[in-house]
Design a protein around this ligand. Structure first.
Ligand code: MG
Length: 237
């Protein structure tokens, strides 16, 4: 285990001080000023709420001044637009990792299967074509570096410190934990760890991201900020 599951003794760090109200307002106004193509974002398939996306942008705008950002699980590129736009403004880089074959729940017969993303020639889900179109339409081809493989493969010899890691890949406990274990150690001081799809209530969604999020919180290595919908926000101490 990369991070020990010890109790957080720093009450200030655990309580956090992020003002999510003002953060999202800033994100919205900046999004308008910077000319986000809302129609494009709306048309891109994905499961990210607008409020979460604006906060990804806002946090990446701060973080990417320190170094490159990295996302795990970009699907058709909705989160990539928010993160990548912020990176482009700082002349930074966003590494976007995805095997582009869909998560467990996106396979044929599963709840989130989308037949439009199924390639009959290869008989499997393929989101890479849509992802490429999104990068081109959003003008992010000189900012985003797609890495098409499973995230732990990319992590094997990774040595570049990261200013932001966004975990939104597979949603099994094994997948989320592995993404955390592979990548959280590469986050630089004052960098961010963001985890999507956190549901405290099992009735609302799967519990794997929530459990890994709590593991990160109790590691004493991060300061916890208030959640933005289902987006967990942690800052490396
Ligand atoms: Mg997600």
């Amino acid at each position: 285990m990369l991070f020990s599951n010890t109790s957080c003794t720093d009450s200030q760090a655990c309580e956090g001080s992020w003002n999510k109200e003002s953060a999202c307002k800033i994100g919205k106004s900046m999004a308008v000023q910077k000319g986000f193509e809302h129609r494009l974002i709306k048309d891109v398939k994905g499961f990210l709420l607008e409020e979460e996306g604006r906060c990804l942008y806002e946090i990446a705008a701060e973080a990417s001044n320190m170094g490159p950002c990295l996302e795990i699980g970009c699907y058709c590129g909705k989160s990539t637009i928010y993160l990548g736009t912020a990176c482009r403004e700082n002349n930074s880089i966003l590494f976007s990792i995805d095997h582009h074959r869909g998560s467990e729940e996106q396979q044929p017969g599963e709840e989130y299967f989308d037949p439009e993303l199924f390639d009959p020639q290869t008989s499997r889900v393929d989101t890479f074509k849509e992802f490429g179109k999104t990068l081109e339409k959003a003008g992010l081809e000189d900012t985003v570096v797609p890495i098409v493989c499973r995230s732990h493969v990319a992590a094997r010899l990774w040595a570049t410190p990261l200013s932001l890691v966004f975990i939104d890949g597979g949603h099994s406990y094994e997948a989320v934990y592995r993404d955390y274990n592979c990548w959280a150690g590469h986050i630089m001081q004052d960098g961010y760890l963001l985890i999507h799809d956190i549901f405290e209530d099992p009735e609302e969604g799967g519990q794997a991201p929530y459990h890994v999020y709590k593991l990160a919180v109790t590691s004493s290595l991060f300061r916890e900020f208030p959640m933005i919908k289902t987006l967990g926000v942690l800052k490396r101490l």
